[in-house]
Design a protein around this ligand. Sequence first.
Ligand SMILES: [Zn+2]
Length: 452
Amino acid sequence: MSRYLIQNLHAMPTVAGSANSIRIQGDVITAIGEDLPLEDGETAIDGRHCVAYPGFVNTHHHLAQSVLKGIPEGRQVPLGEWLAQVPYRYWPKITPDDMYVAAKVGFYELLRSGVATCADQHYLYHAGTSPELEDAVWQAAEELGIRFVLCRGATTTTGSHRGMQGNRIQPETLDLAISRMEASRQRYHDGSDLSMRRLVVAPTSLVHTSPRDDLLAFGEFAKAHGLKRHTHLLEVSYDEQVAQTQHGMSAVDYADSCGWLGEDVWFAHLVKADRPAIDKLARSGTRIAHCPTSNSRLGSGIAPVIDMAKAGMKITLGVDGSASSEGGSMLQEMNFAWLLHRTQHGADATSPEGVMGWATENGADLLGFKTGKLALGYGADIVLYRLDSPRLAGIHQSEWAPVMAGEPSEIHMSFVNGKPVVQGGRVLGVDEQQLTQDAMNVVQRLKSLVNS
Ligand SMILES: [Zn+2]
């Protein structure tokens, strides 16, 4: 069992009282205190000039998009056109080898920005999908040591989405999607508190990619196996229009009628949630993956998370896929979330403490992990940020400097489940030069395919 003692920390602002040391034994935190003594068999980590936070929890991503950044046709257009021009246009062309590179790039970006846990909505499934396309993501996660939740997307109808129709994507049948989900569950899912691999049932969109009966069936499958549920909702007002036209009710009422509200459900975006929608979501315990960078990049709007939090909804944060959020940095997302809502609600709308809770405790609680807190018996997901740089040295309340100043910030060391994953700003297990070359090769191949 590996054992570490992190000593001499400058600050641990999420921990009450005075403490400057954290003891890790195996995968958990076993002591937090002032000047804890080094014990036999422990490796000392010098945390001088560092602030320690719980490792961040990213609750919405599309790792495949890590090789689809900044595509010109998708740069100046809103969601509907962007979906048609970017993800739907490219995803039938992505091979398992491409996916492995994309996942590695995405995990690299997350780890180097302080993430310990990533929930990825992987939706590259169609009638002819190779299981290796999914295996590649699990493999990359395991190699880099990130805690990984695969939100298994599914499209069982081309429905109302022109992006799917235009790219002639052949959907899975419901039976095929569920049988493949069951195969993944048996192979990968571990429901324990400190599991490194979880499966979530995540049809790609609530309104557009599966009919009501299929949503009901996905919900039953999830409940039968204790799996959580996730999808996109109300990123733009089109969801509301389709729900009203096709079902004669609001999008959130439609979700309710499909059994898709509850504490086991979270939706990405909810930018267009109105007052009745917020109240209903809050009452049911449904949660949000708030993705402010992506919402800004696509001009979708600002999700009403301040009102949601007041109504009792637990806010979590996601960086979203890198085709609509090119940075892929959770620290940047936190910095932006801290700033953005002040433009609407004033200077006391958000705080670094509050945003930290969204990015750690709330995310871990949503996904069902005993992580997201620096506390005894919790998983040792810990990130140490250096504060001794010219850029951060002028900040008086230095324990919040990385959140207030955003990128670039340097991680001294980061642990997931008690194992080092970043050291001296470098993501362990990644040859940066090789990964850069691999990603460039994938981009070249995809470019030549779509242009031929
Ligand atoms: Zn998304």
